[in-house]
Design a protein around this ligand. Structure first.
Ligand code: BGC
Length: 251
C-alpha cells in the first residue's frame, strides 16, 4: 500500500481535501476548502474538486484519491441525495471523478469514511463490540462497526422520531437555522441518541462533524448508558477515512 493518498470530503456546505499520511492517519500540509456550489450538481462539484486537487500543495499525480460524499454509495455509485442535487441518484460517481481528475478515484459515504478514520486512527481504535459513529453537520451521518468491521451505508440520521426525519431537527444545521442554545439543541440530541441506544445498544458512540470541536458545550448535557465521545479526528475524519479507502475504482 502506498503511504500517501488524497482524501476529499464533500458536504452539503463545504468541500475539503488534503494529502494524508496513511500510516499515521494525519494530514500532510495544508487542507484546502471550497464552498459547495449552489444546487450541488455533479459536474459543478466535480469541477470544484478538480480545482481543489490542483491547489493541494503536496499532491502528486500518482496518488490515489478517495472521496466521501453525503449519500448511500455502492461500488462507487451514489444512490441517494439528501442535501445535494437529486442528479446524484444512480450516478457512477467513481467514473465522474476518475474522468475529471484523470486518475483512479473511489467514492464512499461520508459518515462511513469518518467512522473508518476513528476505527483506524481515533476514538474507536481497538474497541470491540458495536460502535456507532455519528456526524453532526448539514445532516446527520452515521456508520456502524462490529468488532472494527464496517456495516456500510447505515442511514440512521433519517430515523423518524415524533413523525419527522430527525436530522431536520437535530443536525448542526438545524441548531444554526433555528438559533437553538446548546441546552435546547442538547434536548434534541438526547432524544436522538436515546432512540439510537434503544434500537442498537451500542458499546461506544462517537460524535464527529465540525461542531465536535465544541463538544464540551453539549456532550456533558447528554445522559446515555454508552460512553459518548468526540471524534478524535474531529472534522478531518472524513478526509482521513476517504484517503484510507482510496483504491483503484472497481470498474
Ligand atoms: C445522508 C447521509 C450522510 C449524512 C451526513 C444524510 O442526510 O443521507 O448519506 O452520511 O447526511 O452527510
Amino acid at each position: 500500500m502506498s503511504k500517501k493518498a488524497i482524501g476529499i470530503d464533500i458536504g452539503g456546505t463545504g468541500i475539503k481535501g488534503a494529502v494524508v499520511n496513511l500510516k499515521t492517519g494525519s494530514l500532510i500540509g495544508e487542507r484546502v476548502r471550497y464552498e459547495t456550489p449552489a444546487g450541488g450538481k455533479p459536474q459543478d462539484i466535480a469541477n470544484v474538486v478538480a480545482q481543489l486537487v490542483l491547489e493541494l500543495p503536496d499532491a502528486k499525480q500518482d496518488m490515489l484519491v478517495g472521496i466521501c460524499f453525503p449519500a448511500i454509495t455502492r461500488n462507487g455509485v451514489t444512490m441517494s441525495a439528501a442535501n445535494v442535487s437529486k442528479d446524484w441518484i444512480g450516478l457512477d460517481a467513481d467514473e465522474l471523478f476518475t474522468s475529471s481528475l484523470g486518475r483512479p478515484v473511489h467514492v464512499i459515504n461520508d459518515a462511513d469514511a469518518a467512522g473508518v478514520a476513528e476505527i483506524k486512527f481515533g476514538a474507536a481504535k481497538d474497541v470491540d463490540g458495536l460502535v456507532i459513529m455519528t456526524t453532526l453537520g448539514t445532516g446527520i451521518g452515521s456508520s456502524l462497526f462490529i468488532n472494527g468491521k464496517l456495516v456500510p451505508n447505515a442511514e440512521l440520521g433519517h430515523l423518524e422520531i415524533e413523525g419527522v426525519d430527525y436530522e431536520s431537527k437535530a443536525s448542526f444545521a438545524a441548531k444554526e437555522r433555528e438559533n437553538l442554545s446548546w441546552q435546547q439543541w442538547a434536548e434534541r440530541l438526547q432524544k436522538y441518541y436515546s432512540t439510537l441506544e434503544r434500537l442498537f445498544t451500542p458499546d461506544l458512540i462517537i460524535v464527529g462533524g465540525g461542531v465536535s470541536k465544541q463538544h464540551e458545550e453539549f456532550l456533558p448535557l447528554l445522559k446515555l448508558n454508552a460512553p459518548i465521545v468526540p471524534a478524535a479526528k474531529r472534522n478531518n475524519a472524513g478526509i482521513l477515512g476517504a484517503a484510507a479507502l482510496a483504491k483503484k475504482a472497481s470498474k
